[in-house]
Write a protein that binds this ligand. Structure first.
Ligand code: SAM
Length: 242
């Protein structure tokens, strides 16, 4: 009685691990969690490569009707890594309660792939995210301030609604940060915008928040990094993205 939770990586159908692919091939029903991130390929690209039919699992199915998914020899595919950024611990626990053996197959996550910008992963503080409806939301500002105080970098995730093809942009994130500006986070603050990391279309752009506010790029998903205290090697890397 095995249930698989499989990370399928960040970019396209070929990012699944060999272990993940072998599990998918032997599964009875294959579900794709479709609401917390986005790949650079279509569901039919996945179906053709895996040679399996895929059922889309929206938030309602995963969170409220999980019994339809949690069956012997089924799997749930998660974009990125299943236990990173958005954890699927709840589903893991529910599968266990049902007496299923749960096999988690890991993959790359945005939490590790941001290493590409050249800021040391060890020196990131708490991750935060900016929601679409952020009029009275101050948590991301508080988190960045706290990280800056401790000399740590901040990864800021940006809201998304893949089912309705809606994604927050680097420009909108910069705008939010400037609208709520504080002494430590202002027009002159250097940030790094990232889009579609891990894919051939990936874009990395460093600049002042006042510059990133005007930065437009059509690849999604996107995130932004606010650097903390920089080692000179990190400084040199940031210059490369300007
Ligand atoms: C909830 S996290 C997804 C976590 C996923 N399980 C993982 O391990 O990567 C989704 C957010 O991460 C960021 N993100 C995910 N993939 C990304 C990518 N390839 N490039 C840039 N940002 C990305 C975006 O801000 C997006 O809204």
């Amino acid at each position: 009685m095995v249930f698989y939770i499989i990370g399928i990586g960040l970019a396209d159908e070929k990012d699944i691990t060999l272990k993940g692919l072998e599990a998918v091939k032997k599964c009875r029903e294959v579900f794709l969690e479709s609401y917390t991130s986005k790949l650079q390929c279509s569901v039919s690209d996945l179906e053709n490569f895996y040679n399996k039919k895929i059922k889309i699992a929206d938030r309602e199915l995963v969170e409220k009707k999980a019994d339809e998914i949690l069956k012997d020899n089924n799997c749930l595919l998660i974009i990125g890594d299943p236990m990173s950024a958005t954890t699927h611990i709840d589903l893991y626990n529910r599968a266990k309660e049902k007496g299923l053996v749960v096999e988690v197959i890991h993959n790359a996550s945005i939490l590790t792939a941001v290493g590409i910008v050249g800021l040391e992963l060890y020196k990131y503080g708490k991750t935060t995210s900016i929601p679409f409806h952020n009029e009275n939301v101050k948590t991301p500002i508080d988190v960045i301030k706290m990280n800056l105080k401790n000399g740590l970098h901040t990864l800021v995730l940006l809201d998304l609604d893949p089912i309705n093809n809606k994604f927050m942009t680097i420009g909108e994130a910069a705008e939010y940060l400037l609208k709520n500006k504080v002494k430590e986070i202002n027009e002159e603050t250097i940030a790094i915008g990232c889009a579609a990391i891990g894919s051939k279309k990936q874009i990395i752009k460093a600049g002042k928040l006042s510059e990133l506010k005007k930065f437009e790029v059509k690849e999604f998903p996107q995130c932004i990094i606010i650097p903390g205290k920089l080692h000179f090697v990190e400084e040199e890397m940031i210059e490369k993205w300007r």
